[in-house]
Ligand binder design. Structure first.
Ligand code: NDP
Length: 293
């Protein structure tokens, strides 16, 4: 049975550091980092995530404002709001909760966010800097994965990494971060031939697919490191809610072969929010020209 990569322990350590630095910033500079979240419409999952982000900010000693807009909001109204938030000195981080309603053009909205305030790391500018391997506000989930590997002293350099999924928020950016750390990366997706064979070559396997438990034990090379990004609901009438959350990896069989493995829940998901807190602090420092002590 592989060792558990515990997102609770690592995210707690990241958040403790953030809280300490936020307190120092307040004491020495009288500055409180502020995250501004924009939520359009009534999607329950989005409402849940935004609430959680606000609560975590407050626990860190940061401020968080949630700007809720109705489903019927026009593209123009949202664009104006972003421009306004870009110009406000007391807004350090801007987060537009995705997905936006169908009538909106996400690409055009995200493009407008000031890269210095882009705490999700989704703008062209941040993606460009990530591609070039420059210091920037990195997307939170990929950045959280690297933090997990580093915390457990798992070597990346020279390893064969396989990333399943090529989304702009997880698959593509994690493949870049792994390459910057000198892994040799294979990208897989829904049209990949013989996914099982390719996955089984991995020293480090990242599954970011969004399909419940499709990566089985026989996809896993003996002794490899398995990072499960997936968050999937499966029906379970033994639970009060009628469902439980599982990853993209079948934990029971994969953990038999992996040397290290992330659980779902309790793995990557916790890191995403911790890295968002770190990005908000970093954005605030950059905007105020304050170096990390
Ligand atoms: P997307 O739907 O944007 O991308 C999924 C990717 O998986 C696509 O590249 C798709 O290929 C590929 N894919 C789909 N089906 C298969 C298959 N059968 N075999 C191989 N590849 C396949 O998802 P996201 O990247 O946004 O999210 C992935 C998962 O991670 C979801 O469960 C999501 O909830 C979770 N997530 C978790 C986060 C966390 O904090 N833990 C944060 C963000 C996401 P193609 O490109 O060919 O369509």
């Amino acid at each position: 049975m592989g060792e558990l990569i515990d997102g609770k322990i690592v995210s707690k350590a990241v958040k403790e550091d953030v809280a300490k630095e936020v307190a120092e910033l307040a004491e020495k500079h009288r500055i409180i980092p502020t995250l501004y979240a924009v939520l359009v419409g009534n999607d329950p999952a989005s409402q849940f995530y935004v609430k959680k982000k606000k609560k975590t900010c407050e626990k860190m000693g940061m401020e968080s404002v949630v700007h809720e807009l109705p489903e019927s909001t026009t593209q123009e109204t949202l664009e104006k709001l972003i421009a306004e938030l870009n110009s406000k000195k007391d807004v350090n981080g801007i987060l537009v909760q995705l997905p936006l309603p169908k009538h909106m053009d996400e690409y055009e909205i995200i493009k407008l966010i000031d890269p210095m305030k882009d705490v999700d790391g989704f703008t062209h500018h941040s993606i460009g800097d990530l591609y070039l391997g420059r210091d920037c506000l990195q997307p939170c989930t990929p950045s959280g994965i690297i933090r997990l590997l580093d915390h457990y002293n798992i070597p990346i350099e020279g390893k064969d990494a396989v990333v399943i999924g090529r989304s702009n928020i997880v698959g593509r950016p994690i493949s870049l971060l792994l390459q910057h750390r000198n892994a040799t990366v294979t990208m897989c997706h829904s049209r990949t031939n013989d996914l099982q064979y390719k996955a089984a070559q991995a020293d480090i396997l990242v599954a970011a697919i969004g399909r419940a438990e499709i990566v089985k034990g026989d996809y896993i090379k003996e002794g490899s490191v398995v990072i499960d990004v997936g968050i999937n609901r499966v029906e379970d009438h033994t639970k009060d809610k009628g469902y439980r959350i599982v990853g993209d990896v079948e934990f029971s069989t994969a953990s038999e072969r992996a040397s290290y493995i992330t659980p779902v829940p309790g793995g990557v998901g916790l890191m995403t929010i911790a890295c968002l807190m770190e990005n908000t602090l970093k954005a605030c420092r950059m905007q105020n020209n304050i170096q990390q002590t």
